[in-house]
Write a protein that binds this ligand. Structure first.
Ligand SMILES: Cc1ncc(COP(=O)(O)O)c(C=O)c1O
Length: 423
């Protein structure tokens, strides 16, 4: 990350997001982010003017083609892989990874193994774990003893010449730590394995650079990156060549990405995603309307990272100063995003979240589909953790409101203790 040359005020950023004008502090962004006005306007505009079928040759249809093509171009730019691979658009990261695992399944033989990061989200675990049914050995890459996402030493202990895939997570949606995926890829490639990175919890915060990191497959969800409910799976040309296409028999194998976009993509979603490019252009301080380029993408995310820095600092310091609060995950990490999970001694995560909701603060509790991680960390699976997740449009004042609520509930006697229960 470099220092951004453009520094919009928090107010300028927030004014772009209609949903932020109310009194709610929206701190559940790891679940899904809000959208700039241009994104929702783009859906409306597209459906009013361009909502025809693709590829029909008439003028409106050609405009629709261009919108969908532009969405793929933007996805490639955001991935940082426009020259080395292809972006496939789909309804969700979960569906795209499931499609990938199914498409690779015929290549795996009994005795092959797949390494799965246990700190991940089930989206990049279950589809691989299910391949055990065909004799593939599943090797779990555990979080570190101090709650880190996973060590390279432990990874090395799991890899061998029969490892076909390493299913890694760039940022756990509970732990917030940024994993060095370039290193993960390097270690995986040393034994000839492909690396599939779940970047869903990373993509809303920092610029992805699949080419620089040497990633084979990378996935993120656009609805967490200020856009519509879709997702993007990017693969290198070589990696894509290995996958069985799920499409109709008459769709040529080299019709990429269409051969992986069964039934097509959401056209209005593509229009909306293109408007996310405008937000990146704003964050990059560009006032012209020329197409978004890679430099704009990187500058836009640098601005986001700068806006987030005080939020993550306040969250971590504030929470760790409250007696009874235990942060989940490693305290000291090289880099992290403002996604922080914790528990409060004597109080359920559900009760903490409810106390925040009463003060119009949107946060969440539970296992957040990081079910296996919660189990490994010994957390009660039905209650999980409290998770606060900020993005560039949140404010320190919102974090302070949350800290006030947590301070208050942590100071109250435990309802469990009064019933003679230990919690
Ligand atoms: C880290 C992570 N990976 C994957 C997913 C699944 O994404 P999708 O909802 O697009 O399937 C999520 C969703 O919360 C997530 O947080």
């Amino acid at each position: 990350m470099s220092t951004p040359s453009f520094a919009p005020s928090c107010g300028e950023v927030r004014a772009r997001f209609p949903a932020l004008s109310g009194e709610w502090a929206l701190l559940e962004n790891a679940g899904g982010s809000q959208v700039p006005a241009g994104v929702s306007d783009a859906i409306r505009e597209y459906m009013r003017t361009t909502y025809v079928q693709l590829g029909a040759g008439y003028e409106i249809s050609r405009r629709a083609d261009a919108v969908v093509a532009a969405a793929h171009d933007l996805a490639n730019l955001v991935m940082g892989g426009a020259d080395t691979g292809v972006a496939i658009i789909g309804p969700s990261s979960s569906q795209l990874v499931a499609m990938l695992a199914q498409g690779l399944a015929p290549r795996f033989e009994p005795g092959d193994n797949i390494v799965i990061a246990e700190a991940g989200h089930e989206a990049n675990m279950g589809p691989w774990a299910r391949l055990a049914k065909q004799g593939v050995e599943i090797r779990w890459w555990p979080p570190t003893a101090d709650g880190g996402t996973g060590s390279l030493e432990a990874l090395d202990g799991l890899l061998d010449e029969r490892t076909r895939v390493v299913a890694a997570v760039h940022v756990s949606n509970l732990l917030g730590e940024v994993v060095d995926v370039a290193e993960v890829a390097r270690h995986a490639h040393a034994v000839g394995a492909r690396v599939v990175v779940d970047g869903v919890a990373y993509a809303p915060h920092r610029a992805i650079d699949v080419a620089a990191w040497g990633i084979d497959w990378y996935v993120f969800s656009t609805y967490k990156v200020y856009g519509p409910h879709m997702a993007v799976l990017w693969g290198t040309h070589d990696a894509i060549a290995e996958v069985e296409r799920p499409s109709h028999f008459f769709v040529p194998d080299d019709d990429i990405p269409y051969a992986f976009e069964l039934g097509g993509v959401s056209h209005e979603g593509c229009a909306a995603w293109n408007a996310v490019g405008d937000h990146l252009r704003f964050l990059a301080g560009r006032t012209d309307s020329s197409p978004v380029d890679r430099e704009t993408v990187v500058a836009g995310f640098d601005t986001m990272a700068a806006l987030e820095a005080p939020l993550v600092a306040r969250l971590l310091t504030g929470l760790s100063e409250i007696p009874g609060v235990t942060l989940v995950g490693a305290a000291e990490v090289a880099a992290r995003v403002p996604t922080v999970s914790f528990t409060v001694c004597g109080h359920t995560s559900e009760a903490v979240a409810a106390a925040a909701h009463a003060e119009r603060i949107a946060i969440r509790h539970g296992h957040m589909y990081a079910h296996r991680l919660c189990t490994r960390l010994g957390l009660p699976i039905d209650d999980g953790v409290v998770r606060v997740s900020a993005v560039h449009y949140n404010t320190v004042a919102e974090i302070d409101r949350l800290l006030e609520v947590v301070t208050q509930i942590a100071s109250e006697p435990s309802p469990h203790r009064s019933r003679g229960l230990h919690a």
